[in-house]
Ligand binder design. Structure first.
Ligand code: PSU
Ligand code: MN
Length: 294
């Protein structure tokens, strides 16, 4: 298969997750965005490996046909975190893999760099609900590099950064000393900046040299012209949270619910931002993957 060959030939490879197009992005743009991300990687000389589950089997390097199938309307794709993979295997499910599941599968395949939209984290109100994404714990134990637009702003970002510190996840800002807030460029939290893709690659190499087993999280802010007006963002998010509370939304359905609500309440504005966040991260991941094999 093409991913194994690329790794063996030491060509640059970037892993992509699939929950972003099975559960995150509104249809019908979801599949278009997923295929476009792959094409952008190829155009910069990088091999894309979109990861997902078909018939219970994890696939590292989905075909275009498989991406279209998983992202199709009414296709029964399950949102699969790390702990869901064994159940999916036993039951023969199809699914989109989250950051936690994708990071594991990418690492096992020998892929060092991974791009997503926004990482999962500590939900607002987590001190009573205990809702904290499995993404965090997985990044504590997998030496991969993830490029993300920070953590989704529907979360408690300062609490998420505290947990990332506790877990030993290495967090840097890409050409910024401020941790990005997904839909907005600046979450208001400070972070150490890396100034280039080479420097980000250097951080990953130094981690490996020290025998550290945690991930490097590269927070890459969305382009200024694509961010949502912070005031609109806060207003719409408050509405989304109220709607989630009213309908008793929780568990793994919560993040897709909040994102969908944001996308509808901003008449697609936040969807455009989400796409811009993802594209920006894919571009930075490509540069870092190239720097790592140079
Ligand atoms: N980035 C996006 N859209 C998404 C996600 C990331 O732009 O939908 C997904 C990722 O797969 C991430 C998941 O792992 O949301 C987090 O879900 P939860 O909060 O339930 O752990
Ligand atoms: Mn959760």
């Amino acid at each position: 298969d093409f991913v194994r060959e690329a790794i063996a030939a030491r060509r640059p490879v970037v892993a992509l997750e699939s929950t972003i197009f099975t559960h995150g992005l509104t249809r019908p743009r979801n599949v278009e965005v997923a295929l476009d991300a792959e094409q952008r990687l190829r155009d910069s000389g990088v091999v894309p490996a979109t990861i997902g589950v078909v018939d219970g089997t994890p696939i590292v390097g989905l075909s275009e046909q498989q991406i279209r199938m998983l992202g199709a309307d009414d296709f029964p794709a399950v949102k699969l975190g790390l702990r869901d993979l064994p159940v999916a295997a036993a039951k023969g499910w199809h699914g989109g893999t989250t950051v936690s599941a994708t990071a594991l599968l990418a690492h096992r395949a020998g892929i060092a760099v991974f791009a997503t939209g926004g990482l999962g984290g500590v939900h607002r109100g987590a001190s009573s609900t205990f809702d904290e994404s499995a993404d965090l714990v997985v990044l504590a134990t997998l030496p991969i590099l993830v490029v993300s637009g920070g953590v989704k702003s529907v979360l408690d970002i300062p609490a998420t950064l505290e947990r990332l510190e506790t877990l030993g996840v290495i967090v840097v800002g890409y050409r910024t000393p401020r941790f990005p807030g997904f839909y907005v460029r600046d979450s208001g939290c400070d972070v150490d900046a890396v100034e280039s893709a080479q420097q980000a690659a250097e951080v990953a190499r130094a981690r490996d040299g020290l025998g550290l087993r945690s991930a490097v999280l590269v927070g890459n802010p969305v382009a200024a012209e694509a961010q949502i007006d912070p005031e609109l963002h806060d207003r719409v998010l408050a509405e989304a949270e109220r709607a989630a509370a009213e309908t008793g939304m929780r568990g793994k359905a919560l993040t897709p619910f909040l994102l969908d609500h944001m996308h509808r309440a901003t008449e697609g504005r936040s969807l455009g931002t989400n796409v811009a966040v993802y594209r920006g991260n894919v571009a930075v991941a490509a540069e870092i993957a190239l720097a790592l094999v140079a």
